[in-house]
Design a protein around this ligand. Structure first.
Ligand code: SAH
Length: 338
């Protein structure tokens, strides 16, 4: 049986039309789910009994469960238990501009980035659409507040679960769904080129972030195996096509790894690579994990890198650090709960 919370309004409209019903029924269902938070199909009181019965025979509204919450200042980390027993996590962050949630897209990840905790567990499976939607619904219910923005930057590579991510975006962006503005939704990829191209055709003003992390192939090959499939030139060419097509600014993520990718040479290579492009660089202080191979760049090294980029005319910010003390680094909570 399908989970009702994984259906876009469009899919539900098709479902009702196929049944010989009016498509506005889909809007009614959406209002029950996302406006009234009513998940018991029996209680959809403006819908006829025979349709209720049909809905009940085709869909469940079963929920994943919050297994554990770690609370820090400005940040809460949620560990979820899925219906098949698998575990994933999401993070709630309180910014001065509102509440944002970072959701997971897969159980495990196959991209194998050397510095990333999530990749220590190989991909077990993709998350279903409803499992991504429910991360947000459960967090909203837990804090009894609305989420303002969403980043798909938790466990997993979203473009390796493309169709479910697009469905997820449509549901949370829908005015009758969670009504989160497209500009408040960001998808982050390690650089799966064909999907970047596909994403540029999506008719939604969603933000794209690229985890670049190095501007020289010799360095990127060492820390991100995906670079051997889509190297820096290839992925930057795709980002250029994306910008040309969508006219939107892309975020370049750059995690600062001590003595690995934070030298002056790296900064110069980065400037040469992206100069003139409509991008901004987000320098991410490395969240240290048990992985001893990498350590975080010092504040001084980050500042130097930052200054070099700024004086070269690149837009750059340093990401605020969240939750280091509550194991909020990507994949850490999950990997320590085994
Ligand atoms: N697979 C996607 C999204 C998930 S990772 C991607 O690669 O973009 C989200 C971001 O966190 C990526 O930029 C990733 O490289 C970064 N990241 C992973 N481990 C980290 C750590 N320990 N500290 C800081 N950033 C990390």
């Amino acid at each position: 049986m399908e989970n009702l919370l994984g259906y876009t309004r469009e899919m539900l409209e098709d479902y009702f039309i196929l049944m010989g019903e009016k498509k506005y029924k889909a809007t009614q269902v959406f209002e029950w789910l996302y406006r009234h938070n009513e998940y018991n199909i029996n209680n959809f009181s403006n819908i006829k009994k025979d349709i209720i019965n049909k809905l009940k025979s085709d869909f469940t509204t079963e929920f994943i469960k919050i297994e554990k919450v770690l609370e820090g200042q400005d940040v809460k980390k949620f560990l979820f238990r899925l219906l098949d027993g698998e575990k994933i996590e999401a993070v709630l962050m309180e910014h001065n501009y509102g509440l944002s949630v970072c959701v997971s897209s897969q159980v495990g990840c196959n991209m194998g980035c050397r510095f990333c905790e999530s990749g220590r567990l190989k991909k077990v499976r993709n998350l279903e659409t409803f499992e991504i939607v429910q991360q947000i619904l459960l967090i909203q219910e837990y804090i009894n507040k609305r989420i303002d923005s969403v980043v798909v930057m938790g466990i997993g590579e979203p473009f390796d679960n493309y169709d479910n991510i697009v469905r997820f975006i449509k549901i949370i962006n829908d005015a009758k769904g969670l009504a989160i503005g497209a500009r408040h939704i960001t998808v982050s990829t390690c650089g799966l080129v064909p999907k970047i191209d596909e994403f540029s055709n999506l008719d939604l003003q969603v933000n794209l972030a690229l985890s670049l992390h190095a501007a020289r192939d010799s360095v990127r090959n060492r820390i991100m195996p995906v670079n051997k499939v889509y190297n820096i030139d290839t992925v930057i060419a795709a980002i250029k096509r994306y910008i040309a097509k969508t006219n939107r600014r892309v975020t370049i993520e750059y995690v600062m790894l001590n003595m690995v990718n934070d030298t002056l040479e790296d900064a110069q290579a980065l400037v040469n690579l992206i100069k003139g492009m409509n991008v901004y660089v987000n320098l991410i202080p490395y969240n240290e994990t048990k992985n001893i191979e990498f350590s975080k760049s010092s504040k001084e090294r980050i500042n130097k890198f930052y200054e070099y980029l700024t004086t070269s005319g690149i837009n750059v910010t340093v990401r605020r650090e969240f939750g280091g003390n509550i194991k909020a680094a990507c994949g850490q909570l999950r990997s320590e709960s085994d």
